[in-house]
Write a protein that binds this ligand. Structure first.
Ligand SMILES: NC(=O)c1ccc[n+]([C@@H]2O[C@H](COP(=O)([O-])OP(=O)(O)OC[C@H]3O[C@@H](n4cnc5c(N)ncnc54)[C@H](O)[C@@H]3O)[C@@H](O)[C@H]2O)c1
Length: 296
């Protein structure tokens, strides 16, 4: 069903104040939107406030954020622990709760009870089906994916994911929001791993295959991609940052839908079995000191 006009988006509510939600709230507020960040955890909200204010301050110090915009962003930000109040005035609700279909659907079903009739809905899911989330609501045409990247206030891309029923007005409105947040948009039809995770998973898996075959050392494979192909990080540095367990589960999911090309490499699986989960535990492909610095 197509709509005549979509009301202008002025108020954004972000659900989940973790790694991604706090970053999305940051760029919503610097984009000039009345922004409400919601979480069930008061601690997460407090940490989010401290981190967003710290990042704004750092941006100003480095000359990357206008002091007036930073000040305005602080004024536009509200932190809420009560869902009904958090979404009652939202023109757009962006969800960034943990990656579970059941949790996301439950959350959206509560949200629609208090959100205005005209509100749009977006999920920041890394890999779950937008069509399935949208299908659980009575207004699937108002639902899309907005896939941000970590750290949100620095990374420039948003993958705008079109579910089966997402309509043109919703995509246009969300594109404008992302651009007002200072992001570049690519539009992606819903498919496993969208564009970025699908390519990235393949590169990481292939890097492990080469390591297992003894083609080159891990640090030389990283060096080759950085200096020869101009990648800002090597594939192993990236895998250590994301977490080997997280990346392995993405590969397993992609191999189920996209076939054998994505079957996780043996050595990769052994690293996870050995507990080498990446920077977060101090060892992955590389070892890290207590400050998270790579030990050479
Ligand atoms: N971390 C990344 O690099 C990254 C990148 C792109 C997309 N994503 C996706 O973003 C989403 C969030 O990931 P994250 O890394 O920010 O997770 P996170 O664990 O850092 O944060 C999740 C937050 O959600 C809160 N929460 C839990 N249940 C809730 C509920 N019912 N209502 C409101 N808040 C609730 C938690 O208290 C926590 O603060 C996931 O779908 C993930 O796949 C993550």
């Amino acid at each position: 069903m197509s709509r005549q006009t979509q009301p202008e988006i002025r108020t954004i509510t972000v659900l989940g104040a973790g790694t991604m939600g706090r970053g999305i709230a940051h760029v919503a507020a610097t984009g000039g939107y009345d922004t409400c960040l919601f979480d069930i955890s008061g601690d997460a909200l407090e940490q989010a406030r401290t981190e967003i204010h710290g990042n704004l301050e750092k941006g100003v110090e480095l000359g990357k954020v206008d002091p007036a915009i930073a000040q305005r962003a602080r004024e536009l930000l509200e932190f809420q622990q009560e869902l009904g109040s958090a979404v009652s005035k939202a023109d757009l609700v962006i969800e960034a709760v943990p990656e579970s279909m059941e949790l996301k659907i439950d959350t959206f079903q509560s949200v629609v009870q208090s959100a205005p009739e005209h509100a749009l809905f977006a999920s920041n899911t890394s890999a779950l089906s937008i069509t399935e989330m949208a299908g659980s609501l009575d207004r699937p045409e108002r639902f899309a994916g907005m896939h941000f990247f970590n750290p949100v206030h620095l990374m420039r891309l948003v993958e705008l994911v079109k579910g089966l029923e997402t309509d043109w007005e919703t995509l246009q409105a969300l594109r404008e929001v992302a651009e007002s947040m200072g992001k570049e948009v690519v539009e992606v039809k819903e498919s496993p791993g969208f564009v970025t995770s699908r390519i990235n998973a393949l590169i990481g898996n292939e890097a492990f295959r080469m390591l297992q075959e003894g083609v080159a050392s891990a640090s030389d494979i990283d060096k080759a991609l950085k200096l020869g192909l101009n990648h800002p990080m090597g594939p192993f540095e990236m895998i250590d940052l994301v977490g080997l367990d997280v990346r392995l589960s993405v590969l397993e999911r992609l191999s189920r839908s996209l076939g054998d090309l994505y079957r996780p490499n043996n050595l990769f699986q052994q690293y996870v079995q050995a507990g080498r989960l990446g920077r977060k535990v101090g060892r992955g492909v590389y070892d890290y000191d207590e400050n998270g610095k790579k030990i050479d």
